[in-house]
Design a protein around this ligand. Structure first.
Ligand SMILES: Cc1cc2nc3c(=O)[nH]c(=O)nc-3n(C[C@H](O)[C@H](O)[C@H](O)COP(=O)(O)OP(=O)(O)OC[C@H]3O[C@@H](n4cnc5c(N)ncnc54)[C@H](O)[C@@H]3O)c2cc1C
Length: 366
């Protein structure tokens, strides 16, 4: 079939990859460059991890996620996963770190418990007095998003897909199976897959029934010299405990030490609103992490990256079919790690039209 894909984040690129592998003709439209630094997939790195707390279905789906990435690495000729593992730090009873530990216990997955003293001994940037316990697992790490996008774009071009960078799709006609680009050109296809991330509501305004747009930012930090080598060897940190809702990726690939927190996100009018970082924004993000770190005020902000993303009410992934169009949004702040697997599942829909099955899988109910 001839398939048009709208949006070259990880969902669109992976869907294109999988469609090409299964013999379909693909045209991919991206409003910016590939990778697009304004996309949710456009930052240097994202976390992959087994721990999922109460959303245990996603924890189980990590097996398929890893398997899909491994297939992609074989095609690309190199891996873009830094398998440095992950750690969670609990500071208060019942916090998210504790929930994630419970999820690993329930699933029978391996991890290593650390007392506060053991954690601080291994990772001297931690402050022992604020920690209840920590745990680490080897099943996680950092995915190098920009390198993945660049390699996928090159692979797709080499295998006959047509990539249209800097070409915004202005509208989609589900019944005709056509897209109109911003210059007025109309392109026809047998199927259209819309993987436009936080921009989906601009093409289909009524999806705001299910998808709410938020704006957030992450801070890249330069730690004090004393902690640099410990950070270089540290695992990704999924949760820093308490109510910080904070995660950290140590320097990995082309990306530096990055701090982000769910507390920093706020509703946005649309994906393009408010994208310039505000004065002092990096320091404000850093200071959300006062515990459990030592000498945090000495970490220097080197960059702030803003981001737009959509959430569903229950933070599960979303898909909807309208005639010839499939809309896929695997986000709610945790979709990158499933990117290759989402692409394979979306591509499978072109062949089997099993929308209910795709939705169940995206909601981790399968
Ligand atoms: C701060 C932050 C941290 C996160 N951390 C993690 C993490 O650690 N682990 C994890 O698994 N997930 C994480 N996520 C979620 C993850 O980034 C997303 O789930 C994933 O990147 C979504 O990919 P996507 O392809 O659906 O959307 P995007 O990456 O947003 O891609 C959509 C693309 O479509 C293009 N586009 C939009 N409209 C049009 C149009 N009309 N015409 C042409 N092109 C168009 C856009 O330019 C963009 O390139 C995080 C998200 C954020 C914001």
């Amino acid at each position: 079939m001839n398939v048009i894909i709208v949006g070259a984040g990880i969902a669109g690129l992976s869907t294109a990859w999988s469609l090409v592998r299964t013999g379909h003709q693909v045209a991919l439209f991206e409003q910016g460059p590939i990778p697009n630094p304004l996309a949710a997939s456009g930052d240097h790195h994202r976390i992959i991890r087994r721990a999922y707390g109460k959303a245990a279905g996603y924890g189980r789906a990590i097996t398929e996620a890893y398997e899909a990435w491994d297939t992609m690495w074989l095609d690309l000729g190199r891996s873009h996963l830094d398998p440095r593992g992950f750690m969670c730090i609990s500071r208060e009873k019942g916090d998210e770190a504790e929930e994630m530990r419970d999820g690993l216990v329930d699933g029978g997955y391996e991890f290593e418990d650390l007392t506060a003293a053991q954690a601080t001994g291994r990772f001297p940037f931690l402050d022992e007095s604020s920690i209840r316990f920590a745990f680490t697992s080897r099943e996680g790490g950092a995915l190098h998003c920009r390198r993945i996008a660049a390699d996928l774009a090159e692979w797709l071009t080499r295998h006959g897909a047509r990539l249209h960078e800097h070409t915004r799709v202005a509208s989609v006609d589900p019944t005709l199976g056509s897209v109109k680009t911003a210059d007025g050109t109309v392109h026809l296809a047998d199927r259209i897959i819309v993987t436009a991330g936080a921009w989906v509501p601009k093409l289909f305004p009524d999806v705001t029934r299910d998808l709410t747009t938020f704006r957030t930012a992450v801070a890249y930090l330069d730690p004090p010299e004393e902690f640099r080598s410990a950070w270089a060897d540290a695992p990704t940190i999924l949760d820093v405990g308490g109510d910080t809702d904070g995660y950290i990726i140590p320097p990995s690939g082309d990306g530096g030490l990055k701090f982000g927190s769910g507390l920093h996100k706020r509703p946005a009018a649309d994906a393009d609103a408010d994208r310039s970082p505000e004065a002092g924004e990096g320091e404000a993000i850093r200071d959300l992490f006062a515990a459990p770190f030592r000498r945090l005020a000495e970490y220097r902000v080197t960059d702030v990256v803003s981001c737009a993303y959509t959430f569903t009410e229950d933070e599960r992934f979303f898909a909807e079919v309208r005639d010839k169009v499939l809309i896929v949004s695997a986000c709610s702040g945790h979709g990158y790690k499933f990117g290759a697997a989402v692409g394979r599942r979306a591509a499978r829909w072109v062949d089997d039209a099993d929308t209910a099955g795709l939705q169940r899988w995206l909601r981790a109910e399968a």
